[in-house]
Design a protein around this ligand. Structure first.
Ligand code: LMR
Length: 313
């Protein structure tokens, strides 16, 4: 029988990279290659060794390799990019544009050379601009390049709703659209708990506070951690996307995908619901929005557009 074990390349061996490796192994998605630059060799080799030793406890048959050589990443089925600098308290994600673009240029060129058939998920910030640069530099097909943010932002929103109601998170259905910034659009009108609209369950002032906390969810963690940004939830969110691709689950998940006229946007990556399956981004789903929601989405798009205009390829 042909060997069908998948290969997952993780670019960046920091906190998110380590958690991605752990989750990929625990979900037995495939063998993992954890890459970072030579200065971080000990970190990626150490994390790989540590996770491989953990895998004996529960009997996971996926292996992690720590490397500083792109040749080891070659042929990955999925690549997740977390390489880059996180923001510090008081900074915006946009402040990272220049420093992270420099890193992305190198990463995207290597992906083009070594992983031309991969489904590539970008996590680096400013997210919507970085995924734009990634696709332009790598030249990978538009359906094979996405940004991870909507799953994370939606997960935060759901978490705060469940906390406010004291209800199970399983019954919360919600959606956050737009760019990964302070203008993101939690779609209250489309959100429910156990099928009941959120607006019937939570008073307006409480709901507004939840929306605000969701929009600033990343900054809240940056302020707490002080030397880095969130890593557990971003890793879980990225793995949900990778899993949907690798297992052809065809889940509909919010992600930054290249829009070509949908939502009135052309040529930009922007957070909208997409179907992810073996064909990568197989479908872009258009949500019917009222005038107020459209206005909020346009505001979010204006912010993304402004950042992307600063991208010098
Ligand atoms: C997040 O939302 O947690 C990430 O984008 C990191 C950040 O800087 O907020």
């Amino acid at each position: 029988m042909a060997h069908t074990k998948k290969k997952i390349g993780l670019i960046g061996g920091g906190q998110i990279g380590g958690n991605l490796a752990l989750l990929a192994v625990q979900k037995q998605l495939g063998d993992v290659v954890l890459y970072d630059i030579p200065a971080a060799e000990g970190m990626v080799k150490g994390k790989a060794l540590d996770i491989n030793q953990l895998s004996a406890v529960d009997g996971y048959d996926c292996r992690v390799t720590g490397t500083t050589d792109w040749k080891d990443v070659a042929g990955s089925d999925v690549v997740i990019i977390t390489a880059g600098v996180p923001r510090k308290p008081g900074m915006s994600r946009e402040d990272l544009l220049d420093v992270n673009l420099k890193i992305m240029r190198d990463v995207a060129a290597n992906i083009k050379q070594h992983c031309p058939n991969a489904f590539v998920i970008n996590v680096a910030n400013p997210l919507d601009a970085m995924v734009f640069a990634l696709q332009k530099i790598s030249g990978l097909p538009k359906n094979m390049v996405v940004g991870m943010a909507g799953v994370l932002d939606t997960s935060r929103f759901k978490c705060f709703v469940a906390e406010a109601l004291g209800s199970s998170i399983r019954d919360v259905e919600a959606l956050v659209l737009g760019g990964h910034g302070d203008d993101m659009v939690p779609l209250v009108r489309h959100s429910t708990v156990g099928g009941v609209p959120l607006t019937q369950l939570i008073a307006k002032d409480k709901l507004d506070a939840i929306i605000d906390r969701t929009r600033k969810g990343g900054a809240e963690l940056v302020a707490l951690y002080k030397t880095g940004s969130a890593y557990f939830a971003p890793a879980a969110s990225s793995i949900a996307m990778a899993e949907s691709y690798l297992l052809d689950r065809k889940r509909v998940l919010p992600a930054a995908a290249l829009l070509e006229g949908q939502y009135g946007i052309n040529g930009y990556f922007f957070g909208v619901p997409v179907q992810i399956g073996a064909g990568g981004v197989e479908k872009i789903v258009e949500v019917e929005l009222n005038e107020a929601e459209k206005a909020e989405l346009n505001k979010s798009f204006d912010s993304v557009k402004k950042t992307v205009e600063g991208v010098k390829l």
